[in-house]
Design a protein around this ligand. Structure first.
Ligand SMILES: C[S@@+](CC[C@H](N)C(=O)[O-])C[C@H]1O[C@@H](n2cnc3c(N)ncnc32)[C@H](O)[C@@H]1O
Length: 241
């Protein structure tokens, strides 16, 4: 891949662009590639990034090993991604994020620290999952502090809906997990409630889950705690059937 292909490739972030726009779970801010971003993309994209393609991903070719794959949706600045990958090196991680500055920030960190069990893509996660991720192939999904879209008229933009949760479940291996954390209590209650109607998933905790030891704190979490929002964790597992 040439430098030019990398720079132009990371600017396209969704399949349906322009007039075809559907409701999205994100809005793009600060979307200009600076000379510094370009340098980072040229240096580290080939080793730690990958482009959208309309065909299934070959995980072994991407990572150079057959370790189980965990996908993080919306990693933000990547606060937790790199640390989690270092704390649980027996897994491979795919990070998906549309936010340019966050993508470049994590790319640089992965490259500088040679964290080789993470690959990241700048694209709408819904498109990546539907076109590139085979059913029954994922060990776990991490969704940390998804945008709560607080106003009622914006709730339709929320990432976690009953149909999206079902879609994630179809991508999981048997025994695989969905792990969501949020400081927005009403969103947490809503997801917990509709998750019990999803036949492909069970909740081993019967309610909110206790925190796991390996999950580092993010800036969004810090802000939530400063505002005295409770941090709620949801852990669901794929059934055998
Ligand atoms: C509130 S931030 C949380 C970031 C990070 N997980 C954390 O805890 O610091 C949510 C992130 O999800 C990303 N996002 C939302 N919908 C997405 C989608 N469909 N595909 C990729 N990224 C998405 C947004 O760009 C945003 O950076």
């Amino acid at each position: 891949m040439t430098d030019e292909e990398i720079i132009s490739g990371v600017q396209r972030i969704e399949i349906r662009e322009g007039r075809e726009r559907t409701i999205k779970s994100y809005v793009l801010r600060n979307n200009v590639i600076t000379p510094k971003d370009e340098r980072i993309l040229k240096e580290y994209f080939r080793s730690h990034g990958f482009m959208f393609q309309d065909s299934p991903l070959d995980y072994s070719a991407l990572f150079g090993n057959g370790n189980p794959v965990i996908i993080e949706i919306g990693f933000g600045m990547g606060d937790t991604t790199a640390e989690t990958a270092l704390r649980r090196p027996e897994f491979n991680y795919i990070g998906i994020e549309v936010f340019l500055k966050g993508f470049v920030n994590l790319l640089e960190e992965l490259g500088k620290r040679s964290i080789d069990n993470v690959r990241i893509i700048r694209f709408n996660a819904v498109d990546v999952l539907s076109r590139m991720i085979p059913d029954g192939s994922v060990e776990g999904f991490h969704i940390f502090f998804p945008d709560p879209w607080q106003k009622k008229r914006h709730h339709k933009r929320r990432l976690m809906t009953p149909s999206f949760l079902h879609f994630l479940a179809t991508k999981l291996k048997k025994g695989g997990y969905v792990y969501m954390v949020t400081d927005w209590e009403e969103y947490a209650e809503e997801v917990l409630s509709f998750s019990s109607d999803e036949p492909l998933l069970s909740n081993p905790f019967g309610g909110f889950a206790p925190p796991v030891a390996w999950r580092p704190m993010t800036k969004f979490e810090q802000k939530g705690m400063e505002s005295e929002h409770p941090i709620n964790e949801i852990w669901l597992e794929r059934n055998d059937s």
